[in-house]
Design a protein around this ligand. Sequence first.
Ligand code: GTP
Ligand code: MG
Length: 463
Amino acid sequence: MTKFRLDDTVCAISTPLGSGGIGVIRLSGPQAFEAAHRFFKPSKETDIRQARSHTLRHGYIIDAGGNKIDEVVAAFYRSPRSYTGEDVVEISGHGSVVTLRKILDLFISHGLRLAERGEFTRRAFLNGKLDLIQAEAVLDIVEAGSEGASCAALSQLEGKFSSVIRSMREKLIQTSAHVEASIDFPEEEIKTNTLAEIKGTLGDVRETIETILASYERGRRLREGTTITIVGKPNVGKSSLLNVLLGKNRAIVSVLPGTTRDAVEEAIYLGGHCVRLVDTAGMGSSDKPLERLAREKTKEYLDKSELFLFVLDGSAVWDSSDMELSALIKDKEFIPVINKIDLPQNLDRARAGHVIAKHDFCLVSAFTKEGIEALEKKIVRCLENNHGKKEEPVWMLRERQKIALEQGRDAIQAAINSITDQAQPELFALDLKQAMERLNELIGEVYTDEVLDKIFSQFCIGK
Ligand SMILES: Nc1nc2c(ncn2[C@@H]2O[C@H](COP(=O)(O)OP(=O)(O)OP(=O)(O)O)[C@@H](O)[C@H]2O)c(=O)[nH]1
Ligand SMILES: [Mg+2]
C-alpha cells in the first residue's frame, strides 16, 4: 500500500467467501450513501441519501439494466458515528458468492475502489476511532482460537491495555515537565526530594512495563494455542487416544506396532482452551531407518510442546523403551497415562511409578472410553495452572508492541541510572523523551506508513 488516501470511497465483501446465511458488503467514504442510492431500491419509497444514522432499510439491489440482483437489508451509519468514522453503508444479502460478487462489481463500476486488506480498520485508526493497539486487537478477535484469546482481545479492543499505556505516558509527561523546567530555569535546581520522587515514579512505570512484558509468553500461547503431544512406545494406543480425545477417527490404528510414522496434528477445544493435539510415531529402540526417522520427528516436538501425554500399555510389561522415553521427557511437563485398562494388567505400576515419580497416573481405556473424562479434566487443570488464573489480565502482545515496551523500559532504566549517578538533568531528559516516544509508537500517536502497511497487511479484505 503506497500513499494512503482517505478521500475516496471503498467497498468490499466483509463476510467470508462461501455460501453462508448472509453476506455483507460494506461501503465506506464520502460517496457511500450516494453509491447505495444508485443501486439499492428501498421497498418503501424514500430517498436513502437522507437516511438517518443507525437505521435499517429493506429493499432490492437493482443493476443498471433494471434487473433485481438480490433482496437485502441495508444499514446506514453517518460519519463520525460508524466503524471507520466515515459514512458507511452495510448491505446484507443472501450470502451467495455469485450474487455478492455481482453487487460488489456494480459498486466498482460506479467508481468505488475495492478496499485493501484491513482498510476499514486502518481508516478507523486514521480517523481516530481506534488507537493502534485497539486496531491490532481487532485482528486478534477475528483470529481468536479460544475463549481466553477472545476475552483478552476484546478487553484490548475496549481500550483496557491502551489505558494502562496512556496512564504511564501521562506520568512520564508530568515527570518530564518537572525536569524540563529545571533545565529552562537552572537557578531552580531540582530538589533532592523531588529527584527521589521522580525516581520513584520512573520505578513504578518500569515495574508496570515489566509486568506487561512478563505476560508475553502467556499471551503468545493464548493466541497460538497450546501444543500437547502424545508420546509412548509403539502400539500402546497413542493414535487410539488421539481419536477418542478428538471424537473422530483421525489417525490410523492397527494391531501392528509402528503404524504411525509421521506426526498427526489436530486442533481441539478443551475447557475453553484451543489445543493442538499431536500424535507421534511410537518410540522404540529398533535401529531400522524408518524408525530412526520417526524418532527424529517425534523429538522435534519435545521443544514445541507445553504438555505431554506419556502413554503406557497397562497390558504390557514396563521395558527399556518406556524407560528411555521417561528419561527423554523427565524435565518436561507430562501426564502419565496407563491405557488398555480393560485388558488383564501386566504393567508393574510400582516400578513405573518409581521412575515417573511424583506424577499420578491417569488410568484409561481408549477402547471402552473409561477414564477419558478424568484425563480431559486433568489436561485442563494443567493448562490453567500454566496459563495463570482467569482473573489475571493477560495482554496478547504482538512482537511490535513487545519491542516498543522493551525499548521504553530500557530508556526509563537509563534515566533512573542517570539520576542515581547525579547526572545533569539534560541527560535524563533525553532518556525520558525516548521512553515517551516508544509509548507513543505503541498506541500509534506517532506512526509511519510502513508500520501501518505491515500491521494492516495481516488483515483480510473487508475488515
Ligand atoms: N483392548 C484395548 N485395545 C486398545 C486400546 N487402545 C488401543 N488398543 C489397540 O492397540 C493397538 C494399537 O493401537 P494404536 O492406537 O495404533 O497404538 P499406537 O500407540 O498409536 O501405535 P504406533 O502408532 O504403532 O506407535 C490397536 O490394535 C488398538 O485397537 C485399549 O484401551 N484397549
Ligand atoms: Mg499410532
